[in-house]
Design a protein around this ligand. Structure first.
Ligand SMILES: Nc1ncnc2c1ncn2[C@@H]1O[C@H](COP(=O)(O)OP(=O)(O)OP(=O)(O)O)[C@@H](O)[C@H]1O
Length: 364
């Protein structure tokens, strides 16, 4: 048995290569303090994401890893707190928003909005404070996906600001909330960017760990301009395994690189389909493309979601899978995605230093 000192505990923690964060506890600077007393060791960890469903398991696993390495009797205490992005200038009504995450896709219809809303709910289910902005001017779908009645409008405050609409605890705002039901939104480029920026900045988001922005599909001028005007912690690109979608996702990655927005990773949606009759699983849209793309851009493949009719039916019914069937394997896939997103944001925030100089582009 080892002599138990703070130094020996730290050394062993450094040697335990495995942590669920992809780097050791030492590399992640996750050790808050180590108290050595008569009755044992108390190890306090600070973790930069919320992970309510996993923290007890993590504490027990780490305690038994330490025991195996010669340090028995360690009680692990996990303190979860999402850190604020140094890339975000926290001003105005965004001052208490710690992280803004853009969810984009090169190609339309790959499931960007479905992934955004389930991701937001999964982050929240794990204990984070979350908001979602539906910025998809071409096809806003948040109202339907969250089952928010058409008559519900955001409350106007001081004639200038709006309160987000709460559903399932999530603070939500959509371009569609601000227009009459049947009025088509014919927004041209610069007008759309200005309107979206205003909607983002004039919403009373309050205190949030993450604000998810569901971007319009594509990688056009609106995206570049919006990406330049809004300081974000990072971006996620959603794709299907289909070659055409992967080619367009590559354009999304290029776009974020061009405007110096850190890419947190790629989500592969509709990756596999299991036949509800015989259980046979097949890769309807091909396979390997998203992993290959992630490897070639040295970003993470954050998660893989199956093509499953329950995912479609749940958002159509206004009750996304994470709230409709929280214990299901599908919901667990979104929770796993939320953990990976949380880990990447934590890592990105540790790497980042200050907000970059933003070049304001006024015309498109
Ligand atoms: N993993 C999935 N399994 C089954 N159906 C899905 C899945 N993901 C999304 N869908 C369905 O695919 C359709 C398109 O999804 P969604 O609207 O989220 O895509 P999008 O990329 O946001 O589209 P747009 O380009 O219009 O913004 C919807 O009917 C949705 O319910």
């Amino acid at each position: 048995m080892l002599e138990v000192t703070e130094a020996s505990v730290r050394r062993v923690l450094g040697e335990i290569g495995y942590s669920p964060f992809g780097s050791s506890y030492i590399e992640m600077e996750a050790i808050e303090s180590i108290n050595i007393g008569e009755s044992g060791v108390d190890l306090y960890l600070k973790v930069g994401l919320q992970m309510q469903s996993k923290s007890n398991l993590l504490a027990m696993t780490l305690s038994s890893e330490l025991e195996k390495a010669g340090i028995p009797g360690v009680t692990v205490h996990i303190n979860c707190e999402v850190f604020a992005s140094p890339l975000i200038s926290r001003q105005g009504h965004l001052k208490d928003v710690k992280n803004i995450v853009m969810v984009a896709s090169g190609k339309g219809g790959v499931g960007k909005s479905t992934t955004s809303v389930n991701l937001a709910l999964a982050l929240q289910a794990e204990g984070a404070k979350v908001g979602i902005l539906d910025a998809d001017i071409y096809g806003p779908s948040l109202r339907t996906m969250l089952g928010i009645d058409n008559h519900i409008k955001p409350e106007l405050v001081d004639q200038k600001y709006v309160s987000p609409v709460r559903k399932y605890g999530l603070k939500s705002m959509s371009v569609a909330f601000m227009s009459e039901d049947k009025t088509p939104m014919i927004w041209r480029g610069p007008m759309a960017v200005r309107a979206l920026q205003q909607l983002l900045e004039n919403t009373l988001w309050g205190d949030l760990d993450y604000l998810i922005i569901d971007m319009p599909p594509g990688t056009g001028d609106i995206h570049i301009s919006l990406a330049q005007k809004v300081n974000v912690s990072g971006a996620i690109v959603v794709t299907t395994p289909q070659e055409m979608a992967v080619i367009d996702a590559r354009k999304g990655l290029e776009m974020f690189n061009k405007v110096s927005i850190p890419v947190l990773g790629i989500v592969e949606n509709m990756a596999t389909h299991r036949c509800s009759n015989c259980g046979f699983e097949e890769t309807v849209f091909g396979s390997g493309g998203a992993q290959h793309l992630a490897d070639s851009y040295q970003v993470q493949l954050l998660g893989t979601l199956p093509l499953d009719k329950r995912i479609r039916a749940d958002v159509d019914a206004g009750s996304p899978t994470v709230v409709e069937s929280p214990g299901s394997t599908l919901a667990q896939s979104y929770i796993a995605l939320a953990h990976q997103v949380g880990i990447e944001i934590w890592k990105t925030n540790r790497r980042g230093t200050a907000a970059p100089e933003i070049q304001i582009v006024d015309s498109l």
